[in-house]
Design a protein around this ligand. Structure first.
Ligand SMILES: [Zn+2]
Length: 879
């Protein structure tokens, strides 16, 4: 509500100011050069986010062809905008046009005469999101030029285009990152580090992975952008603007490469090809060489803003070749090469009709490509205005009809779940995506399935059917080959994003249509999932089941507030309604009812309340002091871990590799967390590319490794009683023994009874899939977990344990089962993974290590395994 009111006020101000500006004279419109002192795209010059937005705000005040609207806030608090650029007549009726968009996108039953009118009156909305990856500065830097050009042009062709099309430009998808990169560039310009990469993630948390968040919508900026296409403006066309490497083609345009998502309607693929082919033609006609299509980037994986294609939007991707931020480079002709799908040689071909010959490459070249690109998209949208609007509504009709006539018909999620908090989160997420979610108002029997009142039903007969199907089912990678029986076309990114599996929510796919069930559906309301936290006058304790992630959130909040918290060592209560082992009991002690209430309010589930003392065995829980290791090497997994901890109210301190040597690890920490990070970066400050160590271009203070002395301190921390939690590649620090701190002799190590055997498993290929995992029951670490569950795996590491020697020990906490490993995604070489340990607890002296072979918090999307991380943080000391 707040946002709407603010937008209203802003709109009023804009309207007043622009009327005033028109009354003055067109001369009020200032060129980018006159404002910034240089033409954007000039060598070694960048504008920052504030300059960009201020320029556009001034432009919108002076021109009746531009209107800026606030649309939300970035994770670090910067205001995000959309610049609407169109003919004045369209901008004055923007809200009416928005209503037309909504009708065409969501109403499958518009009477034909009315539809003719909507198509006649409607305009094509093209949403462009610029520079989400902040090192890829070109798209945002180019905006002032084309905004100014579109505001001032008298070219009748362009004026016709502005009449047909409303361009919605997000000036920068990632304002926080833009300012970080520009500041870093300005700091080092003129030094040897000019143009070097920003040493850290260019975002509050996730850096480059902001492009991987459009199914789970965890980040604030992702939510702002997703809402624009899914629930607010319903643009018919969307383009996401990026940059790529420096030594291949100059500009990438659709159509993308195989495989493509099978749930997406064929019409969307052909429309994106129309836009893409026109881009190729127009850019080449403008004399811009090196345009490539049908290469590298596939259209199978959702996650970027292109996810909008599952919601009926013609979604496009462009990628310009990079220079060094704003510093020009020279590319030798012999350095030009291509690899990946679609192009095997850097030669003239149908996917690269006019190869660029090499030479100087600068930000100005990128800006020129962006200007031509946006003109081309505007032209295509204008030429096909009516067809595109009709197509959008045809698609809506088609998807709704498919949902009525083609299985699956529904996904039903029983109300009773192991983790009811995740069911609530999943429903909320679907609603955020604009999905209609219902609940059953009575019992229903469909085939062998008996559903109860309150169960959640997601119908397939809705406009965003393709999205519902894609995120609710489990994935099967569409295997396509370059030649018959030849090489498989490898996935571009991960291959599993099934929300029920990743979140640990039970969901049943129903392939039989039932009118009886449909008659019992009512939309879910906010009250369906609001927890009951009414407390009696007197409270002895409140309790939360170990099966719910939300329970951990309240436990951490209670510990932080100084309350006593314990975990049940055995199940408690009547069968069917029992609190399982590991459940949290938060003792009220001397806390007031209000204080208890505030803690209970942290969670989205209802607590069990005990008015008087119960006799039950529980172990005390301490608030752990956590160190979280993050390198400067754009460490996205550490960023995601910070995000997870912040979301669950878990306090931590970031430790950089160079901090180990001087830190008082034993005095300051109980637990040190090593998220997935390269062992080479951690121990050498370098990364490996094709078996060769590469020194990054960061200034030296950002590429310090954990020194030998630092590592010795880590060993002391562990053997002295500390806990190390590690997953992914960083487990390599511990699977080859711990270095023993001894002066003058660095060869001695403390052997741990665990090693990584993944290098021996040569057949295994898991680009990122959800695999079945068996968890060892009755272990502290698996409290709250099902015995058979699943985890997000990238295939390595895989462990083997051995009989312990000296003062060490080990327990296998999770193994891949003996068969049927693949739950969702792509997996090759299953046999080699069967029955292998994939999570191990190790003791060394008084210390403990928890090593994960899967990714327990992958991109904030795998709530099914968050509890394993939380349990690791809460491990009790070794007796
Ligand atoms: Zn990018």
């Amino acid at each position: 509500m707040k946002t709407e009111r603010r937008i209203g006020i802003l709109f009023l101000i804009c309207a007043t100011v622009s009327t005033f500006a028109i009354a003055q004279t067109r001369l009020e419109i200032r060129s980018p050069e006159s404002v910034f002192g240089f033409v954007p795209g000039s060598d070694r010059q960048l504008i920052d986010y504030e300059q960009l937005v201020d320029y556009l705000l001034d432009l919108s005040a002076a021109s009746d062809r531009i209107e800026m609207r606030e649309v939300g806030t970035s994770p670090l608090g910067r205001t995000m905008y959309v610049a609407f650029i169109s003919a004045p007549e369209n901008l004055t009726r923007l809200d009416d046009l928005q209503k037309i968009n909504r009708r065409l996108a969501l109403d499958p039953a518009i009477p034909s005469e009315e539809r003719v009118g909507l198509v006649r009156d409607g305009r094509v909305f093209v949403l462009a999101t610029l520079s989400m990856h902040s090192g890829e500065v070109g798209p945002s830097q180019s905006l002032p030029i084309y905004a100014h050009r579109l505001a001032t042009t008298e070219d009748p062709v362009v004026l016709t285009q502005l009449n047909d099309v409303v361009l919605m430009v997000v000036p920068c998808h990632n304002p926080d990152g833009m300012d970080m990169v520009v500041e870093n560039y300005r700091k080092y310009v003129g030094t040897q580090y000019e143009g070097s990469t920003l040493p850290r993630v260019y975002h509050k948390y996730v850096g480059h992975d902001n492009n991987r968040d459009f199914v789970t919508l965890t980040q604030e900026d992702t939510r702002v952008i997703a809402a624009l296409y899914s629930t607010e403006w319903y643009p018919q066309v969307m383009v996401e603007k990026h940059q790529m490497g420096s030594t291949g083609p100059r500009y990438y345009v659709p159509p993308n490469h195989d495989p493509i998502a099978e749930n997406v309607d064929e019409g969307l693929w052909t429309w994106s090809a129309v836009f893409g082919s026109n881009l190729s033609r127009d850019l080449t006609a403008d004399g811009l060489q090196g345009v490539a299509s049908h290469w590298v980037f596939d259209d199978y994986w959702p996650g970027s803003t292109e996810t909008s294609i599952y919601m009926g939007v013609i979604s496009l991707l462009t990628e310009a070749a990079s220079c060094r931020t704003a510093t020009p480079i020279f590319v030798e002709p012999t350095e030009l090469s291509v690899r990946g799908k679609g192009l095997a040689e850097y030669k003239k071909g149908v996917n690269l009709p006019d190869p660029w010959p090499g030479g100087k490459w600068s930000l100005g070249d990128i800006v020129a490509l962006e200007l031509s690109s946006i003109e081309s998209i505007l032209g295509t949208a204008s030429r096909h205005r009516a067809e595109i609007l009709e197509f959008r509504n045809d698609l809506c009709r088609k998807e709704v009809e498919k949902g009525r006539t083609e299985a699956p018909y529904y996904f039903v999620m029983p109300r009773k779940q192991r983790d009811p908090g995740e069911l609530a989160a999943l429903v909320q997420l679907l609603e955020r995506h604009g999905i209609e979610v219902d609940r059953l108002t009575g019992e229903a029997v469909v085939g062998d399935h008996h559903f109860s009142s309150g169960d959640i039903v997601v119908r397939l007969s809705q406009p965003y059917r393709a999205f519902v199907k894609e995120v609710m089912e489990s994935q099967r990678y569409p295997e396509r080959h370059y030649t018959p029986n030849g090489e498989l076309i490898r996935p571009y990114d991960i291959t599993s994003w099934s929300l029920p599996l990743h979140m640990g929510v039970c969901s049943i796919q129903v392939d039989t249509r039932s009118e009886k069930l449909e008659a019992l559906l009512a939309p879910v309301t906010g009250e369906d999932f609001s927890p009951d936290v009414t407390l009696p006058e007197k409270v002895w304790a409140i309790a939360y089941p170990s099966t719910s992630n939300q329970s951990y959130k309240t436990a951490f909040a209670a510990l932080k507030a100084g309350l006593k918290v314990g975990r049940l060592t055995h199940p408690f209560g009547a069968k069917g309604d029992e609190l399982p082992a590991g459940s949290f009991v938060i003792l009220a002690g001397s806390a007031s009812r209000d204080q208890i209430h505030r803690i209970a309010d942290q969670a989205s589930i209802t607590p069990r309340v005990f008015e008087s003392e119960i006799t039950v065995a529980f172990m005390p829980v301490r608030l752990p002091r956590i160190g979280l290791v993050e390198t400067y090497f754009h460490d996205m997994d550490a960023g995601w871990t910070r995000y997870l901890f912040d979301t669950y109210g878990i306090a931590y301190r970031v430790l950089h590799p160079e901090d180990f040597e001087g830190a008082d690890l034993i005095g300051d920490f109980d637990v040190i967390v090593f998220p997935d990070a390269s062992k080479d970066v951690l121990t050498k400050g370098k990364y490996k590319r094709f078996d060769r160590y590469v020194t990054s271009d960061y200034p030296p203070q950002f590429r310090q490794p954990i020194s030998k002395k630092g590592f010795g301190k880590l060993t002391e921390f562990i053997t002295g009683g500390g806990v190390v939690v590690s997953w992914g590649e960083s487990t390599g620090l511990f699977t080859e023994g711990l270095p023993l701190p001894k002066d003058g002799d660095d060869s001695e190590t403390l052997e741990l009874p665990v090693r990584d055997v993944s290098e021996d498993l040569t057949e295994v290929s898991v680009p990122g899939a959800f695999l079945a995992v068996d968890f060892t029951p009755d272990q502290f670490l698996t409290w709250g977990m099902p015995q058979r569950g699943g985890a997000f795996s990238r295939g390595a590491p895989v462990f083997a344990t051995s009989i312990p020697v000296l003062d060490t020990d080990r327990r296998v906490i999770a193994v891949y089962p003996e068969r049927d490993l693949l739950l969702s995604g792509y997996l090759a070489g299953e046999k080699e993974l069967q029955n292998r340990p994939v999570m191990v607890w190790v003791r060394a002296g008084k210390g403990q290590l928890v090593l994960f072979g899967f990714q327990p918090q992958f991109r904030g999307s795998t709530a099914a395994t968050f509890k394993l991380v939380f349990n690791s943080l809460l491990l009790p000391p070794v007796k």
